[in-house]
Design a protein. Structure first.
Length: 393
């Protein structure tokens, strides 16, 4: 089955333009959409907007089981940027391992590109997935000033036996104002149970020991499996919000953790630094953002086992309590005939905002644009939409 990147630009808020909110921007690609295929199975997992408006997409390509990390850069009209990599693409692998994935991407203030994901390690103590971070120059070449001179950092969150880490994954990435890099995801801390995990890197790729002493940490919410899929930084306090899910005996719940800038629990949030929310089914938060008023919005999906998967949004007060002025008791569910998945959420009360890596951006026309990323099956006339954010999760 062949699949390809699909990008679509959608008008969310029209100001002095003819397109209605939600209409595709027909100046982008063909009818507002761009489809790009590099191999037999391509997945776009995240995107970021450069200061010049160019779009960087991160994901993976799979050719007969050979999986490589993949970056692509598009011009503002949707055409591939030929000045990036080779023909607009960078195909990469962590430490030479072929099974490499990129799940998150962000642009530094100097234009360098940071991406994060995981790769499969065969042999050694035991086979495992291991998280990694890689930084590229603006032209797509590896930044050799980052990491050990090769532009990458292999960064397992927790070691069970010295030198033998359990599996770890990066799903989220955020760059602080001081240039330090926050990555978040999950790590298997004991047995087969996974916990939230986060690490912070200095600008050269070394661990920032001002973050939870060691520069990395795992965070347990309950007794089941837990993964963080999104991270956001508070613009003034530097606090860190992580969002994902925690498994219960029967379902998954939205799970949020608020950390101080030093990586410690903020006990003012939910009384423990942790908050879980059930919206009536199997819940997974896939994106999170701070509003300028301090409230927190988490978006993702909910499945109740009968009506497919719904788009789910929950808003919280700064202390972690549900904002009952939003939706129904702080929750808002939206059902579609098949399913909808939240790829991103942004603080809508800001007039000009740089978005989460795979989210929205305000244009020079005061028109905020959403980039939607879907792998599309190209064998059938009717494309099946499936959120790239759920790939390998």
């Amino acid at each position: 089955m062949k699949a390809a990147f699909v990008l679509g630009l959608v008008f969310q808020q029209a100001v002095s333009i003819k397109a209605a909110p939600g209409d595709l921007d027909i100046t982008f690609g063909i009818g507002g959409k761009v489809m790009t295929q590099t191999g037999y199975d391509d997945k776009a997992n995240a995107a970021a907007i450069q200061a010049d408006g160019k779009i960087v997409v991160a994901g993976e390509r799979n050719i007969d089981g050979d999986i490589n990390a993949l970056l692509a850069r598009y011009n503002t009209d949707g055409s591939l940027d030929q000045s990036f990599g080779i023909g607009g693409f960078v195909i990469d692998a962590a430490n030479g391992f072929r099974d490499s994935h990129l799940n998150a991407v962000a642009i530094q203030a100097d234009g360098k590109i940071v991406a994060a994901g995981y790769f499969f390690v065969l042999g050694g103590c035991f086979s495992r997935d291991q998280s990694w971070v890689v930084r590229y120059n603006a032209d797509g070449s590896r930044d050799t000033t980052f990491g050990g001179g090769d532009g990458e950092v292999e960064n397992p969150y927790l070691y069970y036996i010295p030198g033998c880490p359990f599996s770890s994954y990066h799903y989220a990435l955020a760059i602080q104002n001081d240039g330090k890099i926050l990555v978040a995801g999950s790590s298997i801390a004991s047995g087969s149970q996974s916990d939230f995990a986060a690490a912070r890197l200095n600008t050269d790729g070394t661990l920032d020991t001002s973050f939870n002493i060691d520069g990395l940490a795992t965070y347990s919410i309950g007794s089941g499996n837990e993964k963080a899929y999104s991270a956001a930084l508070h613009p003034t306090s530097g606090k860190i919000i992580l969002a994902g899910y925690t498994s219960t005996s029967s379902n998954n719940d939205f799970a949020l953790i608020l950390l101080s800038s030093g990586g410690l629990y903020d006990w003012n949030f939910g009384g423990t630094g942790k908050v879980t929310t059930n919206t009536g089914g199997i819940d997974v938060a896939e994106s999170v953002a701070f509003q300028s008023n301090g409230k927190i919005i988490a978006a993702g999906r909910q499945s109740n086992g009968t009506n497919g998967t719904d788009f789910s949004v929950v808003r919280y007060h700064a202390n972690g309590s549900l904002d009952t002025s939003f939706g129904t008791s702080g929750r808002s569910l939206h059902h579609s005939a098949r399913f909808t998945i939240a790829l991103s959420v942004s603080a809508c009360n800001q007039t000009a905002k740089s978005s989460p890596p795979d989210g929205a951006r305000t244009t020079t026309r005061s028109t905020r644009v959403t980039i939607s990323l879907f792998p599309v099956t190209t064998r059938t006339a009717r494309s099946t939409l499936h959120s790239a954010a759920t790939a390998n999760r």
